[in-house]
Design a protein around this ligand. Structure first.
Ligand code: FES
Length: 120
């Protein structure tokens, strides 16, 4: 049971260590589509939610960048996740809430959220 701030800190450190181990020192990469249609569809909110979630979890080994239009308007906002040594996973129609879940489930636990993945 978590009893104190110390316990919380320790738990957090353990979680970070296991993430770092799984990555083998390599960075996780997240790319958000910020073309015109991405932004129109809410990509800014998605980007903000990802950054906020990473900060809350103190995940410093994740690089978040943006890209322009990739020609998939209908699926915007788009988010690509690259875990080291794994193929790229692209999510479509992401919103802030989905973005937070992608951070928790895919980036932290290594389990892509199958139902939101699109082929590109
Ligand atoms: S303007 Fe929509 S994908 Fe480029």
């Amino acid at each position: 049971m978590v009893k104190s701030l110390e316990d919380l800190k320790r738990l957090k450190e353990e979680a970070q260590q296991s993430l770092a181990l799984r990555e083998g020192g390599e960075k996780v990469k997240v790319v958000v589509g910020m073309g015109t249609c991405g932004i129109a569809a809410g990509a800014r909110e998605v980007m903000a939610a990802i950054l906020d979630e990473l900060e809350k979890r103190r995940l410093t080994n994740v690089a978040v960048t943006q890209t322009g239009c990739i020609g998939l308007c209908a699926q915007e906002p788009l988010v690509d996740v690259y875990l080291p040594g794994r193929p790229r996973v692209t999510y479509g129609k992401v919103n802030a809430q989905k973005a937070r879940q992608i951070v928790a489930q895919h980036i932290v636990n290594g389990l892509p959220v199958a139902e939101w993945i699109i082929n590109r």
